[in-house]
Design a binder for this molecule. Structure first.
Ligand code: GDP
Length: 473
């Protein structure tokens, strides 16, 4: 059963359909604010882009982030001690036109986790993804995952071809492979910029920062620097002397000490704000990530952060707690059902194994021709019988088929157990063999054949029967 969230308008319409007279109880609203739209007005102030670095393991994400982070400290005000808070800002070198100082905010929580957790909640916190590909390794499985994600989410991307300092580095090979994977790089006349870098030596990093900044400029990212704040918890931990502390990425509005805030099921009054250099900050604006202390309890990464009056927050907390209780009880019910399902499956498996054991004994008792035992699964019982009819009796006096069971529906793990005990081959006609069942069959060494064409099944079965015949000498 899937859960459905209804707006009050829709719920009212539905109630009216049943002839009821609905009254919307605002007290039961789950949140203080309706979801904030992403303001696009060109009159709003520019905000820094939020960038996530992704790529295959060992391709150099951490090294790249470390080098960017320490370069940012060197270029920024001296004396700061970098702390890992899940995000940091890098200044963009002035373009010479006297334009306002710009920064880029890099998220340094493991790319995929941060990105996916928040996307799952419908939050788009990442404006640009930097896809790191090691020049000496090329496209690897996680590189492909990121490419799929980028295509699915339609997020802007900059490719960083890394480790160019290594002797085995072949950047054009990587570019060609990326093109083959559907990434239209600028080098080939496409739109995706790529930069050759070395996270280790720092080579090309200025160019990477400039490229990100140029892409952000094209996106024209703007947000209100006043009013209700909207942000996300990037990570959180209990810190000595400060209690629960969370890194909050502000997307809209302004966050200041003394603000009353709420995130998930917890709330607080902002005590102190610090940047990633550990420096106290008076106010946090869109695109900035800061650590926030003053929480009553530790909020969770991915929680939405909102500001409100004390009474609004109290009301919202009560409603969220009610909703959480409801979900927990539904979840409890689901767990109970799942346990029942597992118990039943286990019993079915045991029964199937016992039955198959009997079948095997029966089979083994017989002296006579060798047998290719078959367990048939088909889409409907009519076709199961048809397949059984077609496969029954294939062979001769030396080797022939024997149908041990027929059934309807996808192949299940209990079919595998049953086939295993009876040393049978599973024949699947117009039904699926789900992935976990395929792995179970592979690990139990149970062969299976599948087709939607009876003649093909007959051919496969004939071939298997022939294998049983003694070699001609
Ligand atoms: P991650 O798993 O993507 O975060 O990769 P790491 O940053 O941990 O790097 C994996 C290995 O590659 C480490 O041994 C790094 O020292 C090395 N490495 C990372 N970047 C470079 C680079 O630009 N050049 C060279 N030669 N080695 C690098």
């Amino acid at each position: 059963m899937s859960t459905v969230m209804l707006t009050s308008e829709y719920a009212s319409l539905l109630a009216m359909e049943f002839g009821w007279n609905p009254v919307v109880n605002d007290e039961a609203a789950f949140d203080i604010y309706p979801p904030l739209p992403h303001p696009q007005s060109s009159t709003l102030p520019i905000r820094p882009p939020v960038v996530t670095i992704m790529g295959h393991v060992d391709h150099g994400k951490t090294t790249l982030l470390d080098t960017l982070r320490s370069a940012s400290v060197a270029k920024g005000e001296a004396g700061g001690i970098t702390q890992h808070i899940g995000a940091f800002s890098v200044p963009v070198p002035a373009s010479g036109s006297g334009s306002e100082a710009r920064t880029i905010t890099f998220l340094d929580t493991p790319g995929h986790a941060a990105f996916s957790a928040m996307r799952a909640r419908g939050a788009s916190v990442t404006d640009i993804v930097v896809l790191v590909v090691a020049a000496d390794d090329g496209i690897m499985p996680q590189t492909r995952e990121v490419i799929d994600l980028i295509n699915k989410e339609k997020v802007a991307v900059v490719v960083a071809i890394n480790k160019i300092d290594k002797p085995g580095a072949d950047t054009s090979k990587v570019e060609n492979a990326l093109l083959a994977a559907g990434m239209q790089l600028e080098t080939f006349g496409g739109e995706i910029p790529s930069v050759n870098v070395s996270g280790l030596t720092g080579q090309g990093l200025d160019q990477l920062v400039e490229t990100i900044s140029a892409l952000a400029e094209m996106q024209d990212l703007r947000a209100e620097r006043e009013g209700p704040i909207h942000g996300y918890v990037i990570e959180s931990k209990v810190q000595k002397g400060l209690g629960p502390v969370a890194t909050v990425l502000v997307l809209r509005g302004c966050l200041k000490p003394s603000d009353q805030i709420i995130a998930g099921l917890t709330s607080g009054k902002v005590r102190l704000l610090h940047d990633s250099n550990g420096k106290p900050v008076k106010a946090a604006y869109p695109g900035m990530a800061i650590t926030v202390s003053g929480w009553k309890e530790l909020p969770n990464a991915g929680d939405e952060v909102l500001k409100g009056s004390e009474s609004e927050i109290k009301k919202a907390l009560a409603n969220r707690a009610r909703k959480a209780d409801l979900e927990a009880s539904l979840g409890g019910l689901e767990i109970l059902n799942e346990r029942r399902r597992q118990d039943r499956d286990q019993k079915e498996k045991e029964v199937a194994a016992a039955k198959a054991g009997e079948e095997l004994e029966e089979v083994e008792k017989e002296d006579g021709p060798k047998e290719l035992r078959l367990l048939i699964k088909a889409d409907v019982s009519g076709s199961a019988e048809a397949v059984a009819g077609a496969l029954q009796g294939i062979g001769n006096d030396i080797a022939r088929t024997k149908i041990i069971a027929t059934g309807v529906g996808d192949v299940t793990e209990s079919d595998v157990m049953r086939a295993k005990s009876a040393e049978a081959v599973i024949v699947a006609f117009s039904v699926g063999v789900p992935r976990p069942v395929q792995s179970a069959a592979a690990s139990q060494h149970v062969p299976w054949i599948t087709s939607t064409i009876i003649y093909r099944l007959m051919d496969d079965v004939k071939a298997k029967v022939i294998e049983l015949l003694p070699p001609i000498v």
